[in-house]
Design a protein around this ligand. Structure first.
Ligand code: SF4
Ligand code: SF4
Ligand code: SF4
Length: 336
């Protein structure tokens, strides 16, 4: 059944009313401190072997009910063939089907691990779970939220109106949108929060064979990262595997780190911390990001361009209305 002009206008008005009722995002309520029980991930690029077990298991364990990639009726993880190799699932960047990606830096001959000259390094990219998340601060209907206890930045699909303002606001370009679907959602890492009730944690850490990705409380991850930076290169160290407090440890020589814990201060701090042997701007991170809590900046910007925001919100409401109508009509046609 076709959508009539009257239906369309009614729906847009409904979407706009929803926005009006919720009001614009309240930057003043954004947290500025790490929640005491905040959990996160420490990724140490010097331990990463680029096996992509974290990517595979991220997909598998997020394609179940409540997972970050799950859609009703899903029976297998969303597949991204690499060029003509239809048998491989191999996302090369974050997409609506890939919440976590391993990338590689290479210079010159690319033979020296974790070094700039003639070197290479892996880097693991996913949502950083900012302490003061710009995506949350700009969402007009609170579809993105930050858990006040564990600090995870998560998504409630039923609230989302598809305005995609979170995509524009994120300084790391993390949220992706399901452009090809009639009922699209925003997709991003939710730190595997659906697994916590079973006593489990981030799949990317559980299945990382080297301890390059470890899960834990952010205060402990920070201490672990700081400890590693005090170690002399080539001394032996017992690196924990899976979780920061794990008894399972792998002993190996410490690599030469650059003296920087990425995420400790950037954009006011994040719950994903990173160590590497190569400067982070060479690994794809923006050199010009400030240590300021981004919602302070985004709000200053937003407040100066109300017409743009209104356009985006109304556009989002229209998209939401159209997709809701399409889905409703499809269901009617099927007799659901
Ligand atoms: S990295 Fe981007 S998507 Fe993740 S919490 Fe920060 S602003 Fe939001
Ligand atoms: S925490 Fe979970 S959703 Fe996030 S990258 Fe790791 S496996 Fe994927
Ligand atoms: S599973 Fe661990 S070692 Fe393998 S690519 Fe991911 S972070 Fe690196």
């Amino acid at each position: 059944m076709a959508i009539t002009r009257r239906d369309f206008l009614k729906s847009v008005a409904g979407g706009s009313l929803l926005i009006a009722a919720q009001g614009l995002p309240a930057e003043a309520s954004m947290p500025k401190e790490l929640p005491p029980e905040a959990v996160g991930i420490l990724y140490d690029a010097t331990l990463c072997i680029g096996c992509k077990s974290c990517m595979v298991n991220c997909k598998v364990f997020n394609s179940v009910v409540d997972g970050g990639l799950y859609t009703e009726g899903m029976t297998s993880p969303p597949y991204e063939p690499f060029r003509e190799f239809e048998m491989w699932d191999a996302g090369t960047d974050l997409t609506e089907k890939t919440l976590n990606v391993i990338k590689v830096y290479k210079s010159g001959k690319g033979i020296n691990k974790d070094q700039v000259e003639d070197g290479y390094s892996f880097i693991k990219i996913h949502c950083l779970h900012c302490i003061s998340p710009a995506c949350v601060s700009v969402c007009p209907v609170a579809a993105l939220k930050k858990d006040p206890i564990n600090g995870v930045v998560y998504y409630e699909e039923n609230r989302c109106i598809g305005c995609r303002y979170c995509q524009l606001a994120c300084p790391f370009r993390i949220p992706k949108y399901e452009w090809s679907k009639t009922s699209p959602q925003v997709r991003k890492c939710q730190l595997c929060r659906h697994r916590y009730k079973e006593g489990k944690y981030s799949a990317c850490c559980e299945f990382c064979p080297t301890g390059a990705s470890i899960f834990g409380k952010v205060v402990d991850l920070k201490k672990e990262a700081e400890r590693r930076l005090t170690l002399k290169a080539q001394t032996e160290y017992d690196f924990p595997v899976q979780t920061v407090d794990s008894k399972y440890r792998i002993s190996r020589p410490v690599s030469q780190y650059i003296n920087h814990i990425y995420g400790l201060n950037e954009v006011g701090g994040t719950q994903y911390l990173l160590l590497a042997g190569v400067p982070f701007h060479l690994l794809g991170f923006d050199k010009n990001l400030t240590d300021v809590h981004l919602p302070d900046l985004t709000w200053a910007y937003i407040s100066k361009i109300p017409s743009v925001i209104a356009g985006i919100l109304i556009g989002g409401a229209a998209t939401w209305a159209i997709t809701k109508n399409l889905t409703k009509n499809k269901d009617k046609d099927k007799g659901v």
